[in-house]
Ligand binder design. Structure first.
Ligand code: ITT
Length: 194
């Protein structure tokens, strides 16, 4: 059975990769290493950070590696939190506080002024070191309140028009069929199955 490593500690991401790669691929993550490497995400773009994570793991396992760097861009906040989405207000701050801070920061903005998007860069490094990077987005708005119990992170404040509600307020399969991660994975899948 083929093994693909995912350079992540985030179980939500691992689940989406595993579903896309199918049953004949064994998925391993940073959690399967004897010791997790310290990875400093000091790139200036989602793509750079995705490559930093994938290269760090590829240097250890020398097998195919994939990684995901993602986040929320709020246009009224100059695209913040962007690549700092996980670190915004501190890694250990809960998402109710982070989401409320964003709602508060743009409370005077209306309609189109509340535009935002989820962005996902996925890196794939083949066993021989060949590198690929893909970008997927999901365009929406910041809702006027927290809504929904599914998903993770910023889903409860991300209004997606085709859903008519937030990405936390629909079943995970529904979100995953339209998400930024899905849109990047679809591109990877085309090259993967070549
Ligand atoms: P790894 O680096 O270990 O993969 P991470 O969660 O730290 O996991 P990132 O550095 O890529 O990942 O940060 C992404 C953050 O962006 C994530 O923690 C969420 O806050 C947000 N985010 C990304 N995708 C999201 C989604 O589908 N729904 C809601 N929030 C999302």
């Amino acid at each position: 059975m083929k093994t693909v490593w995912i350079a992540t500690g985030n179980p939500h991401k691992t689940e989406e990769f595993a579903a896309m790669l199918g049953d004949d691929v064994q998925v391993k993550t940073l959690k399967d290493l004897k010791e997790e490497p310290e990875i400093t995400e000091d790139g200036t773009s989602f793509e750079e950070n995705a490559l930093i994570k994938a290269r760090a793991l590829h240097a250890i396992v020398h097998e195919p590696v994939m990684s995901d760097d993602s986040g929320l861009e709020v246009d009224a906040l100059d695209k913040a939190p962007g690549i700092y989405s996980a670190r915004f207000m501190g890694e250990d701050t809960d998402y109710t506080a982070k989401n409320n801070a964003i709602l508060d920061a743009i409370k005077d903005k209306k309609g189109e002024e509340r535009s935002a998007r989820f962005v996902c860069a996925i890196a794939w490094i083949e066993e021989d070191g060949t590198e690929h990077v893909y970008r997927g987005t999901m365009e929406g708005y910041i809702n006027d309140s927290i809504k929904g119990d599914h998903g993770f992170g910023y889903d409860p404040i991300f209004y997606y028009s085709p859903f008519g509600t937030t990405s936390a307020d629909v079943d995970p399969e529904v979100k995953n069929s339209a998400s930024h991660r899905h849109n990047a994975l679809v591109q990877l899948e085309k090259d993967w199955s070549k």
